[in-house]
Design a protein. Structure first.
Length: 413
């Protein structure tokens, strides 16, 4: 009798995932991703403090390494954009790009933007200035000055004063190599206090870097709290599970199509413009694209590997779609694997010596082939995400960058 009971138990089908379980997994993945983003930003904060206290080649490289490590979990959280208003309203504070970096610090003599009067402000060298007719006292650089006065000053999106890319610029400096080899090459002496300071205003540069890093940590702390057990972002997707599922699919499709496939990849290739690459100062774009793609797949599979190697997982969108239409689920999983593989090929090529900005060069057939393969894979999977929406009986989604997928290449023309 015991053997029969055991056999019946083993042969019984697993209970189907429910929308509320899937919505909870989605929120758990978001929380883990933002927690990891926070802890790695705190490590960056410590590395920046060490750089400022004891500037050297070693401490500058350690701060750069910490910045690169901080990008790994954060980029995987970008799949939570687009479908969650709390994230969308916040995201521009931490990951806005591209930026007119001359707002912050010194740039090359030929740098400028005729459409942005603040593009060459150089607040680090300018302790007082006028903004929209108001005199601004910036003698003390604080997180509040950056967040409330400088970021998107005059309502211009290119006036990015906070977040990962402002910090990236302060650690690497401008990449003046165009589509040739090499990233930014800011010297550690830009942070030497007193004799030996290069670039001028090393004390204010250090103050800006510290304030921007402190602000990033505070912003990530805020978003982590939003996804905690009593947080409003979690409540929004778990109180109405169908809305949470719709948010998850919206984020997957919009990041795949309009944002990553279009704005971040195809546009730069069309323009052959390294200024359009995402992590342009550090030449880290191959990683930012790869981890975006991985984040999209994480959401669908309900599985995220944390920076400490532990895994957060649970009932997934894949489980729901498989129950509704197994063929669509199988196709979408295969396409997600294909897009991650295409992005991994870009990553491997960059790590072997051909940086992403070099791939953007006019006439670089190898780079064009790699980038277009990834763009095509992202567009293809978006069409299957759209089919998954239909299979689940959800309302039509207008993914970022297009009103429909009837003409998948419209965004890129």
């Amino acid at each position: 009798m015991r053997l029969l009971t055991a056999l019946l138990f083993l042969s019984a089908p697993a209970a189907a995932a429910t929308p509320d379980q899937v919505a909870r997994t989605y929120a758990d993945l978001a929380l883990a991703g933002y927690q990891d983003s926070l802890t790695t930003a705190q490590a960056l904060q410590q590395a920046v403090a060490t750089l400022i206290a004891t500037p050297s080649d070693e401490t500058l490289q350690a701060a750069r390494t910490a910045w690169l490590a901080a990008r790994v979990p954060y980029q995987q959280t970008e799949a939570f954009r687009f479908g969650n208003p709390i994230v969308d309203d916040w995201e521009g504070r931490v990951n806005a790009w591209p930026l007119d970096e001359g707002l912050i610090d010194y740039t090359s003599a030929d740098y400028g933007n005729e459409e942005n009067a603040l593009a060459a402000l150089n607040v680090i060298a300018t302790p007082t200035f006028t903004l929209s007719g108001t005199a601004i006292d910036a003698t003390t650089i604080t997180p509040a000055l950056i967040a409330d006065t400088l970021h998107e000053a005059d309502g211009i999106e290119a006036n990015v004063a906070s977040g990962y890319h402002a910090i990236e610029f302060l650690l690497w400096g401008q990449d003046l190599n165009g589509t040739g080899p090499g990233a930014g090459a800011r010297p550690f002496t830009d942070y030497v206090q007193g004799e030996g300071c290069t670039g001028g205003n090393c004390d204010r540069r250090a103050a800006y870097l510290q304030a921007a890093t402190d602000l990033l940590v505070a912003d990530l702390g805020e978003m982590t709290a939003n996804w905690a057990n009593d947080g409003p972002a979690r409540a929004a997707v778990t109180a109405e599970p169908q809305s949470g599922i719709l948010a998850a699919l919206t984020g997957m499709g919009s990041l795949s199509y309009g944002e990553l496939g279009g704005e971040r990849m195809k546009l730069g290739l069309m323009l052959n413009d390294p200024e359009e690459e995402h992590d342009c100062f550090s030449d880290n774009t191959h990683n930012s694209h790869y981890y975006d793609g991985l984040g999209i797949r994480n959401v669908y599979l309900g599985r995220y590997t944390r920076v400490d190697g532990s895994v957060v997982e649970g009932p997934s969108l894949s489980d729901l779609v498989a129950a509704a239409d197994p063929a669509i689920d199988a196709q979408l999983k295969a396409e997600l694997d294909a897009s991650v593989a295409a992005l991994a090929a870009i990553k491997a090529t960059a790590e072997a010596g051909l940086a992403y900005d070099q791939m953007l060069a006019a006439g670089d057939a190898r780079g064009e082939t790699l980038i277009l393969a990834a763009v095509d894979a992202l567009v293809t999977q978006t069409a299957s995400i759209d089919r998954a929406v239909t299979a689940l009986g959800l309302s039509k989604i207008d993914f970022e960058g297009s009103d429909s997928l009837d003409n998948p290449n419209a965004i890129f023309q």
